[in-house]
Design a protein around this ligand. Structure first.
Ligand SMILES: [Zn+2]
Length: 227
């Protein structure tokens, strides 16, 4: 549904003949970047060996830290500990269309996943999708706000997003209908989580288009009387 290069991911980054795990997007401005290293710090005691890279975003010019775990038993993407500050959305145009409630939950879900709390992240994404789907349905059907608020995610999708439903696989509906069962039974937890994240991205784009169409329609309405 969405190109991988647009997704927030942990990625390998080589500096001074050493491999680090960093984010492919700037935590400040959310753009895909190849950051530059400003400095490197090692923190070590008898149990832990942590390296902090001070990185600079070539786009927004702001700095941030990425922490990596350099214990010998930790490999690959597991090396990533955290970024400071956390990943944020303050300049993402698509997310700006949504309510603060959605933004808070979505951002907490993303940062939970980055910290490795994938179970909390999964349920956070499902609830984020629900809030987003209901916000869009309310924009399109303001007269049905009460029905929308009290419906569950699936019936809201079926009732108010029927034109979008064909885009989603049966699998997504299964995940959403049985999120608790799926959570316990499925072996492909990662795919389920990615499916929900793709749907959130899809609806963020859809909301952007919808609001643009609204403003074009409103403009042509207000322009008519002056002619
Ligand atoms: Zn930036």
């Amino acid at each position: 549904m969405q190109n991988n290069e647009n997704k927030l991911m942990k990625t390998q980054y080589e500096y001074d003949n050493q491999e680090y795990i960093v984010l492919n997007k700037c935590p400040h401005c959310n753009l895909d970047i190849h950051p530059t290293v400003k400095s490197r710090f090692n923190l070590e005691n008898s149990n832990y060996n942590v390296t902090a890279l001070s990185l600079s975003c070539p786009s927004c010019k702001r700095d941030y830290f990425i922490f990596n775990d350099f214990r010998s038993e930790v490999a690959g993407f597991e090396k990533f500990i955290m970024s400071f500050p956390n990943y944020g959305f303050s300049e993402n145009a698509l997310v700006k269309n949504t309510s603060k409630k959605f933004q808070n939950l979505y951002m907490q879900s993303i940062n939970s996943e980055l910290l490795g709390h994938i179970d909390i992240a999964f349920f956070g994404y499902v609830k984020s999708l629900e809030i987003l789907v209901k916000e869009i349905a309310t924009v399109q059907h303001p007269e049905s706000e009460d029905v929308i608020l009290f419906s569950n995610l699936i019936s809201c999708l079926e009732q108010f997003h029927a034109t979008n439903m064909h885009l989603f696989s049966k699998k997504l509906l299964e995940v959403l209908k049985n999120d608790y069962l799926f959570y316990h039974k499925t072996e492909d937890f990662h795919t389920c989580s990615e499916l929900i994240k793709d749907s959130i991205n899809y609806f963020l784009l859809y909301l952007e288009l919808l609001l643009k169409t609204f403003s074009i329609n409103n403009q042509s309405k207000t322009e008519k009387p002056s002619k």
